[in-house]
Design a protein around this ligand. Structure first.
Ligand code: ADP
Ligand code: ADP
Length: 226
């Protein structure tokens, strides 16, 4: 289970710039929340604060009712999938996927089983020995997704995960992410510029502008307005 609660969350950067201002949002367990808004409006900053990669400078972030402002990223039970995949170039697909579990000192047999099962789900089982440089963009994105899934987190944060893929792959991966959401039963927060992605994937859509949350609504309500 993972409910998130952002209460008056703000980010003031050391140079004084307020990247996010008074952000208030309750995210229910298993929601698929989409963040949209122009470049620079604070989407990534919000995701990074939720992941613990960036300090929260005002307000409170709760996960399942517990304040996590000062909790280390590795103890938040959150996995992040980035636009540029952020794979380890010197490691094989297998080791990329296994790495977060190894960090947490999981049992080696458990790691092996999880990596192989996840690779099967994502159609990566024939590519386990390859390095990222020998993969296509779509395959790399699958590995990035697989690495997140192997951690079995309560919350996934995805920052434009499909933006580097061509149109056909995007449609394919979109369908896969939708299936994964149902299969994993996890809470997902997903940043995109793509209206089709927002409409087909999201349970709710958050619209941001200049560091402020402007609106939050269901896709049908948000996009049916004239
Ligand atoms: P988005 O993801 O919506 O494109 P970001 O969250 O990356 O936007 O950035 C929000 C705002 O904060 C932008 O105006 C950006 O320039 C600013 N910003 C991001 N990182 C820093 C930083 N380290 N110092 C100062 N300002 C920053
Ligand atoms: P370490 O990095 O800790 O030395 P490895 O990741 O090399 O460990 O190997 C741990 C186990 O994972 C191996 O015994 C093997 O069963 C499995 N393994 C590692 N890489 C692959 C791969 N490319 N394909 C299949 N199994 C692998």
């Amino acid at each position: 289970m993972a409910e998130l609660s952002l209460e008056h969350v703000g980010k003031k950067y050391p140079n004084g710039y307020e990247g996010v201002k008074d952000f208030n949002l309750e995210i229910a367990d298993k929601e698929f929340i989409i963040f949209v808004g122009p470049s620079g409006c604070g989407k990534s900053t919000t995701l990074r604060m939720i992941a613990g990669l960036e300090d929260i400078t005002s307000g409170t972030l709760k996960i399942d009712g517990r304040v996590v402002n000062d909790v280390e990223p590795k103890d938040r039970d959150i996995a992040m999938v980035f636009q540029n995949y952020a794979l380890y170039p010197h490691m094989t697909v297998y080791d990329n996927m296994a790495f977060p579990m190894k960090l947490r000192k999981a049992d080696p047999q458990e790691i092996d089983k999880t990596v192989r099962e996840t690779a099967r789900i994502l159609d990566l089982d024939k590519l386990l020995d390859r390095k990222p440089s020998a993969l296509s963009g779509g395959q790399r994105q699958r590995v990035a997704m697989g690495r997140a899934i192997c951690r079995n987190p309560k919350v996934y944060l995805m920052d434009e995960p499909l933006s580097n893929l061509d149109a056909k792959l995007r449609v394919q991966m979109r369908a896969e992410i939708s299936k994964l959401h149902q299969r994993l039963g996890a809470t997902i927060i997903y940043v995109t510029h793509d209206q089709t992605e927002a409409m087909t994937l999201g349970t709710r859509i958050v619209v941001m502008k200049d560091g402020v949350m402007q609106q939050v609504d269901s896709p049908s309500k948000l996009y049916s307005e004239p």
